[in-house]
Design a protein around this ligand. Structure first.
Ligand SMILES: [Zn+2]
Length: 308
């Protein structure tokens, strides 16, 4: 009898501990496909959310190494934030299928598609994936435009408030703070790049079009003949000619792109290769979205200044 009672008491105590424990850590489990989206989600969710990114900061968001552990992470998620516009088409759909989590199913409140509400650039007039173009719904690299990031932040805040209504005021307050901070930063970044308005740049992939539009830079060409298609000697010869005739002096690369190819082109054109990662945490560029853009703008301004 005594044993039974003490067992019962222990069981009750365990339940009470588990309940208070779960209350203390009642954070929403948020999964983001890429670190930039994860960073914005942390700004909006604060201590109400636990955010993990699937892609490493140094990985190509189009071609992420899909680990089996991602399926477990997605299975337990309360929300998923994806870039959308087919950015993750090559790796995310099979993971979601295996994760079998209705909370993050297509159209569920827990499924947050960042591209919704973004006016995508380069939307093709005809839908054709057969030519190997991996931007067949338009250009999905909009996060590097801080004004687009504001749209994404608002989208995330609206979904978080819907999923967790008792903390809606927290999410909306964090969104207001994010907007105030990014507006000040946008003005700062505009000032830093103002001397280089109209500067000609070359990129490896078509991943800087939103940044170029926001800050008034002019993209001459890409080393890839088409998004997702590796540079060919014939195409590179054409790019070298264009760079010489346009006096383009910088080539922007990200960590997962072939820097050697960029260096070869740079040698033949007197250009500089600039390391401009778009993901926070890519090494030396901080851990937040703000750090990443600070670093990117600084590298760009320094590189363009040196070649002016
Ligand atoms: Zn792309």
């Amino acid at each position: 009898m005594r044993f039974k009672n003490s067992y019962k008491a222990a069981a009750l105590a365990f339940v009470a501990t588990a309940a208070s424990g779960s209350q203390a850590v009642a954070q929403m489990r948020v999964v983001a496909t890429t670190p930039d989206l994860a960073s914005v989600a942390r700004e909006i969710g604060g201590d109400r959310v636990n955010v993990v990114a699937l892609a490493k900061p140094t990985e190509d968001p189009h071609f992420v190494d899909a680990k089996p552990s991602f399926i477990v992470t997605l299975n337990r998620a309360d929300a998923l934030i994806e870039g959308g516009a087919e950015l993750e088409l090559g790796w995310l759909p099979p993971l979601l299928e295996n994760a079998r989590n209705g909370k993050i199913g297509s159209g569920a409140p827990g499924r947050i598609v960042a591209s919704e509400g973004i006016r995508l650039l380069e939307v093709p007039t005809s839908f054709d994936r057969s030519k190997g173009d991996i931007h067949s719904l338009g250009n999905p690299h909009f996060m590097v435009d801080p004004v687009a990031a504001k749209v994404v932040a608002a989208n995330i805040a609206a979904h978080f408030a819907q999923l967790d209504p008792k903390n809606a005021a927290v999410y909306n307050g964090n969104l207001a703070k994010f907007n105030t901070r990014i507006d000040a930063k946008i003005a700062e970044w505009q000032r830093a790049l103002a001397p280089y308005r109209g500067a000609k740049i070359v990129t490896y992939h078509r991943d800087f079009v939103y940044l170029a539009q926001r800050f008034g830079l002019s993209i001459v060409d890409e080393l890839e003949p088409k998004p997702g298609i590796a540079p060919s000697p014939a195409h590179l010869a054409q790019v070298i000619g264009e760079m010489k005739s346009n006096n383009a002096k910088v080539i922007l690369v990200q960590p997962f792109q072939n820097r050697k190819t960029a260096e070869t082109v740079a040698r033949q054109t007197g250009a500089a290769v600039l390391d401009t990662p778009q993901q926070p945490g890519a090494g030396g560029n901080g851990t937040s979205y703000f750090d990443m853009l600070d670093n990117l703008v600084r590298n760009l301004a320094t590189g363009l200044g040196a070649k002016k």
